[in-house]
Design a protein around this ligand. Sequence first.
Ligand code: GLY
Length: 387
Amino acid sequence: MKEFPNPALTKDEALAALDTAAALVKQNLPMFTHVCQNHSSVNDIYPTCKNDQWTCGFWPGEIWLSYERTGDSAYRDAALVLVDSFMDRIVNKIEVDHHDMGFLYTPSCVAAYKLTGSETGKQAAILAADQLISRFQEKGQFIQAWGALGAADNYRYIIDCLLNVPLLYWATETTGDAKYADIAHRHVTTCLANSIRPDGSTYHTFFMDPVTGGPVRGATCQGYKDDSCWARGQAWGVYGTALSYRYTKRPEYLDAFRRVLAYYLERLPDDLVPYWDMTFISGDEEPRDSSSASIVACGLLEAAKYVDEAEAARYTKLAAQMLGSVVKYYAVTEGPIGVGLVRHGTYSKKSPYNTCTPEGVDECVSWGDYFYMEALTRFVRDWELYW
Ligand code: GLY
């Protein structure tokens, strides 16, 4: 496995960074308690939004992580106000016709249930799990990501869904109904069979045949082009395989983790924070995606629990090196109300070959802030995860 000379974050530095992040979250609570935080910032300041984006779960997740760090009830009270809005969203089916139920309901509502016993959080998250499995396609054995169910032009899944399926493992554990975890396993099996190329890089999206259920082709939406490797997709692959291994202990998931990680490490620039697509390397004048580094650090710290001592030590050191760079060069330490926690994330950058809407390029991104705090929390202690 590739090794790097970069300095590793110390525990004291991680604790200080976590305290700085929690203080910024507290500063921003008045702005984002009765409304949500936009997916990405504008000049580092987040606009508000309604609870109707796929990203609205990350800000409550930051509040819960701050509550865990400080024990300050102001965080808990604000997060519980947001939990009510998540219940309203799922009951009234507001912008839930897509697969991002895990991103939405895990850091907000599962966290609320785990930390406070919130029944609203638990019920909302189970309704979200039901919504997620309603998108499972028997023909092809996958959870359809976007669009009208069964539509031929959207008969596909995306690698990001590896972070939605932990909601299903949780739903099985919580309800005792095996159907959720069963669908998770069938989806992950399809994903790992098709989405990882022989060199360990990944496709962002993958089309299946609606008639035969067979694999058709990989394509990108937010990466540079179909056969390049979108950095965040690769990061979802790293963390998602580690999480599915946690719940199933299937060796093929750990094997996939190692292959996807190896490719990711090979393509990193000197400061260990990838460009938005891994086709770009040191010296390219392209924006970074700092969120990918924090997501991968979470995956490394999760996988370290399941491998032998030497491998675990390598993963922990790598995570400390990646976080060291994010803390030193990317993290925000102060700013006006609404400021994000980590600069230089990229949501969707338009290229001549991709299909995305350009948004949030070289900005703070809501999940980047959340996974930064999660990675720091994982690094300083044995954390009972929300996923
Ligand atoms: N799940 C969409 C993204 O990572 O941008």
